[in-house]
Design a protein around this ligand. Structure first.
Ligand SMILES: Nc1nc2c(ncn2[C@@H]2O[C@H](COP(=O)(O)OP(=O)(O)OP(=O)(O)O)[C@@H](O)[C@H]2O)c(=O)[nH]1
Ligand SMILES: [Mg+2]
Length: 378
């Protein structure tokens, strides 16, 4: 009997021990820290060609700005233009006011125009016509000489050219697509942002495509511009196919009924044949959805005649419909406007006169000529 009790007590103690151990192990495993899996989870890369349209720009800058109206901008910015082009008007008027208008003086007039980047062909044409008219009219009156000079400079700038920016698709369907092309640093992205503002000031709806995919910063720069005026930017990651981004942007524009799609492209050097091919591809792919309304070549006016060489190469790849001449507020010489237009056979449509958001003006021949000639006196 005694043995039986001993066995019962031993069994109860054993069971209690087992239960205690199990409870302790369970509670420890619950509170133990979760160990990180040894293998990284596999993230699936987005498939090539799969449309991946970015969300609207993060609402980092909620205050939407009201861009300045476009009318009269060139007049407002005239002092910047006149400052940088003072030499042209001043030099010419001083020469024309000389006591004797002999060959030496006309040679100097020619030199002044050449130094102002006007280019040989137009310089010769302007000097010949001016010389002829001064002779015929027999005038030496400064005011008359001034208006003769303005008339000749205006004539070479061809005031009759259509300088409007297309805001309707040539096919009549879908958005007007505007491609922005040009070499590194010429001001393409800035121009996209500023043209978007101009269009928004005219109550147009705008979508921008960040087809410069070489640098992530390029798309961010465009988004910053877009966020300021509430224009959506379609983008993909760095290194994505620029043509697909452009395609997506145009598709988004069509789906959303936007008036205009502005496509920013990467800066390209004319000697990089592959990059020029890529620009051609961007255009061809965009055109699968309809014709491009406008291809604007953005040129840095301070690069003078060198910029013209680059511009010609672009003209061979994409049919340029308008020139945007930026940085005319800097050390650029006014004559470049004449040379660019003449040598490329395409009108200068917009000019950049500063780094501000509304420092882009529609080019007007009269206001421009007044600024470079009369600027001499201001
Ligand atoms: N003073 C002045 N600066 C300008 C003008 N237009 C553009 N810029 C400046 O030029 C610089 C280059 O402009 P971006 O718009 O980045 O040039 P980009 O052609 O897009 O350059 P990439 O993307 O590198 O090919 C910026 O610092 C602009 O502020 C202008 O009309 N006047
Ligand atoms: Mg850029």
């Amino acid at each position: 009997m005694d043995n039986l009790w001993i066995w019962v007590v031993a069994a109860v103690v054993a069971i209690a021990l087992v239960v205690g151990v199990v409870v302790a192990v369970r509670s420890r495993s619950k509170s133990a820290p979760v160990e990180a899996p040894t293998e990284e989870p596999q993230v699936e890369a987005p498939k090539q060609g799969e449309p991946k349209i970015a969300e609207p720009a993060a609402p980092a800058a909620p205050a939407i700005e009201t861009p300045e109206p476009v009318a009269g901008r060139l007049v407002r910015l005239r002092s910047r233009l006149a400052r940088s082009n003072n030499a042209l008007g001043k030099g010419l008027l001083a020469l024309l006011a000389s006591d004797r208008l002999d060959d030496d003086v006309w040679d100097e007039v020619e030199e002044t125009l050449l130094t102002a980047d006007v280019g040989m062909a137009d310089t010769t044409a302007v000097v010949e016509r001016l010389r002829e008219r001064v002779k015929v009219l027999g005038t030496r009156d400064p005011e008359e000489l001034r208006s003769l000079l303005k008339a000749e400079l205006s004539a070479v700038l061809d005031p009759g050219l259509d300088r409007s920016i297309a805001t309707a698709s040539p096919s009549g369907e879908g958005p007007a697509v505007i491609l922005m092309v040009g070499v590194n640093g010429s001001g393409k992205t800035t121009t996209c942002g500023r043209v978007a503002r101009v269009l928004i000031a005219e109550d147009k709806t705008v979508i921008m495509g960040a087809a410069d995919t070489f640098r992530a910063a390029a798309a961010e720069q465009l988004e910053t511009w877009g966020a300021r005026v509430g224009a959506r930017v379609v983008r993909r990651g760095e290194g994505a196919d620029p043509a697909s981004v452009a395609f997506d942007a145009v598709k988004a524009g069509a789906d959303e009924g936007a008036d205009v799609v502005l496509v920013d492209t990467a800066g390209r050097l004319q000697n990089k044949a592959g990059l020029m091919d890529e620009l051609g591809k961007v255009k061809r792919v965009v055109e699968k959805q309809g014709p491009v309304a406008e291809t604007l070549l953005v040129l840095d006016a301070t690069t003078g005649q060198n910029g013209l060489q680059q511009a010609k190469v672009f003209g061979e790849v994409v049919q340029v419909t308008g020139i945007v001449l930026t940085k005319l507020d800097g050390s650029a010489k006014g004559g470049i406007v004449i040379a660019v237009q003449r040598q490329l056979g395409v009108p200068v449509k917009l000019v950049g006169l500063g780094e501000g958001p509304d420092d882009l003006a529609p080019f007007e021949v009269g206001a421009f000529v007044d600024a470079i000639v009369d600027g001499a006196e201001s």
